[in-house]
Design a protein around this ligand. Structure first.
Ligand code: NDP
Length: 252
């Protein structure tokens, strides 16, 4: 099986789904040549698991990237761009996210804005030139993760159509942020299609991580195995879709 992509960047890879994405990508039979594992504190204690992983795989490069700090994003873009030279970045996985359990009565506007800043805005604008460069690569046609793609890790809790489990999990800021991120994904898919860049929102399932808690039914290994299988299968028709880790469509 061919590599999913020559180069991949994952945000929020210090733990949870992001860390497992980096682990499985690096361990795959045909690993990407460059895996940019980004996190807020790659040299500090929170980056320890990533440091250990990078010591085992030459393909992993640790890059500092705080998704709500513009100079940090710009620094990451420059580091990644100079590493890749003129080949561009094939796959950007916007995974970093924060949760919020605020209810209708407890939510305040600052919390709403903080969750929105992390979960919706992300580093896409800054990385767009690198994605466009990859999309123009010689002999690349159609849309795929191996050519150029933006994958936004979303959540079923952001589905307006489903509006799942509100009494047990009101989570107003989190749900609203993921619904907004979904709209961004749809708009990007339309706008970037002609540039050769595929855009998809993916729900990882309810996963045992710090965010998903131990109560979640899915292990992080299972969820990420599914996500990577789905990513490898994506083509032109899937751009602008909202899929789960098993490849099923999720209502917007
Ligand atoms: P975790 O809480 O386990 O990990 C979140 C990751 O995001 C950490 O690496 C954290 O870094 C990083 N992060 C948070 N804020 C920033 C920031 N400003 N800049 C850079 N990195 C940041 O969450 P999961 O792994 O469970 O979630 C990953 C994604 O999956 C999220 O987008 C989440 O919404 C989504 N998701 C998860 C579900 C689940 O059941 N777990 C269900 C549906 C969606 P640090 O270590 O520095 O805090």
């Amino acid at each position: 099986m061919a590599a999913l992509a020559r180069s991949v960047l994952v945000t929020g890879s210090s733990r949870g789904i992001g860390l497992e994405l980096v682990r499985q990508l690096a361990a795959s039979p045909q690993p990407p040549q460059h895996i940019f594992a980004t996190c807020r504190d790659p040299k500090g204690p929170r980056g320890k698991a990533l440091q250990e992983l990078a010591a085992q795989h030459a393909s992993i490069k640790l890059v500092q990237l705080d998704t709500v700090n513009l100079p940090s994003i710009q620094g990451a873009m420059q580091a990644v761009g100079s590493h890749l030279k003129d080949q561009g970045l094939n796959l950007l996985i916007n995974n970093a996210g924060i949760s919020s359990h605020a209810t209708l009565h407890s939510l305040d506007s600052q919390e709403m804005l903080d969750v929105f800043a992390t979960n919706v805005v992300g580093p896409l604008q800054e990385f767009l030139p690198l994605l466009e460069q990859a999309a123009k690569g010689v002999g690349k046609e159609g849309l795929s993760c191996s050519r150029a793609a933006v994958i936004n890790v979303s959540s079923k809790l952001g589905s307006i159509g489903l509006c799942l489990g509100l009494p047990e999990a009101p989570m107003y800021p989190y749900r609203a942020s993921k619904a907004a991120q979904n709209m961004v994904t749809r708009c990007l898919a339309v706008e970037l299609q002609d540039k050769g860049i595929l855009c998809v929102a993916i729900h990882p399932g309810w996963v045992k991580t710090d965010m998903g808690t131990e109560k979640a039914p899915l292990t992080v290994e299972h969820s990420v195995r599914g996500i990577l299988t789905v990513l490898a299968s994506l083509s032109q028709d899937a751009s602008g879709a909202f899929l789960d880790w098993d490849g099923n469509s999720v209502p917007w």
